[in-house]
Design a protein around this ligand. Structure first.
Ligand code: AMP
Ligand code: MG
Length: 404
């Protein structure tokens, strides 16, 4: 259960805390007003305030009959009006009931609804109820969901289908959201080729660019394709310089130990550079700095390492730049369906799936193997310095928690 005690390895929490502090120091505050239909995935810049009570009036939770319980003697009641959802009732005539349908406003004077299944309609048109009835049963009270002036969603909320539905229920046609962050994606490596082109000797297709661009789009970013950057200092300088109007440059590759690190060189010359060795696997090397004032994050190049470090570190950074407070993915304790004998110095994130309620890792956990993640449902976290027996509990982070 110990932390990483190997000197020089930065624990994941420490790296995240630093990245979040950097994000808060360069928060993107500009906002824009967008229609609800364009607000999915955006971040609220202002709290959503209720301009209505919800529901706006007491209404029926059932198809049935509305009555005033105190006036009911136990005798069958005449039906004095019929109230459909969407209609405006008249006050309840004393000594009668109203036929009422789900969502229809309760007439003034009524305080109780009996569902139609429990009522007996007699031939003379009266309705018999059987005791006991309790006052306000099947009544949805005015304001039970919101009161006028309530802050229903705080600023910094990420909008998804549920929040948009809620905003619509309050009659909001537009919302004020943070502007989209402009994020440039750069893929470094002489060996990289884009899909659609033939592979030459020693070349591989660029997977990280597509992975990150799709992911950033889901996060509500405006994504700038920085293309493939050859391993060359001059080209690296020029590429970074051409991206002066973005909010973040996200690069992959070129940060491995022992490699000519052109990104690092360029940042050292004309910006700032921190090289972190993280206690994370896959992952480990991560570059963090700025080039002429533009923040730069350099992720490791192996696709599974790109996935894990983006999901656990760069994604929260991007969201925090927009003021999102809740960035911690939910993780669930689940029993391991495997054993783990060798305690590691780095926190491991295995690409794993659930089989019969247990977490099973993909057989090949090489950081170059992205197929492992496509097979998996999420990441199984194995803390530094721990071993696991089958059935031991571990934290499982579903991909659905981090992919959007
Ligand atoms: P590097 O950090 O540049 O040494 O890259 C580490 C490993 O990841 C190497 O095997 C690279 O070929 C591979 N890699 C780097 N960038 C990409 C990329 N964009 N797509 C696929 N593989 C990559
Ligand atoms: Mg490389």
């Amino acid at each position: 259960m110990s932390g990483s005690d190997k000197p020089g390895l930065m624990p994941v929490e420490a790296a995240l805390a630093r990245l979040l502090a950097l994000a808060e120091a360069s928060e993107i505050f500009e906002s824009e007003r967008v229609s609800l239909s364009a607000a999915d995935g955006r971040v609220l810049a202002e709290p959503l305030l209720a301009e209505l009570d919800l529901p706006p009036w007491d209404n029926s939770a059932m198809d049935g009959y509305a009555l005033r319980l105190a006036d009911w003697t136990g005798e069958p009641l005449l039906i004095s009006q019929r109230i459909q959802a969407g209609s405006a009732p008249t006050p309840l005539q004393p000594g009668t009931c109203a036929r009422i349908f789900t969502g229809a406003p309760l007439p003034a004077g009524a305080d109780t609804v009996e569902m139609q299944e429990n009522a007996v309609l007699a031939e003379d048109g009266r309705v018999a109820f059987s005791a006991p009835l309790s006052v306000r049963q099947n009544v949805r009270a005015q304001g039970q969901e919101t009161r006028i002036g309530d802050s229903v969603l705080p600023a910094g909320t990420r909008l998804g289908p549920i929040e948009l539905g809620l905003a619509a229920s309050l009659g909001a046609a537009e919302l004020v959201v943070r502007r989209r962050p402009r994020v440039a994606v750069l893929s470094t490596g002489d060996e990289l080729v884009e899909p659609g082109l033939p592979l030459g000797p020693g070349q591989i297709y660029n997977s990280n660019r597509r992975l990150l661009m799709a992911w950033l789009q889901r996060l509500g970013c405006e994504v700038i394709d920085g293309g493939i950057l050859l391993d060359d200092l001059e080209l690296t300088r020029a590429a970074l310089g051409a991206l002066s109007d973005v909010d973040l440059i996200l690069s992959t590759g070129g940060v491995s130990v022992g490699e000519a690190d052109f990104l690092g060189m360029a940042l050292r010359e004309e910006g700032e550079l921190a090289l972190w060795k993280l206690a994370i696997k896959p992952g480990k090397p991560l570059t963090c700095g700025q080039f002429r004032g533009v923040p730069v994050i350099g992720l490791p190049g192996n696709p599974a390492a790109t996935l894990v470090t983006f999901g656990l570190l760069a994604r929260p950074y991007v969201l925090r730049r927009l003021g999102v407070q809740r960035i911690e993915p939910l993780g669930f304790p689940l029993p391991a369906g495997f054993t783990w004998h060798k305690p590691g110095k780095r926190r491991e994130y295995l690409r794993a799936r659930l089989e019969n309620g247990r977490v099973v890792p993909y057989p090949n956990q090489s950081s170059g193997v992205l197929r492992s993640a496509a097979w998996a449902d999420g990441l199984a976290q194995i803390l530094e310095g721990t071993t696991l027996a089958e059935g031991d509990s571990l934290r499982f982070i579903p991909f659905s928690e981090i992919l959007g």
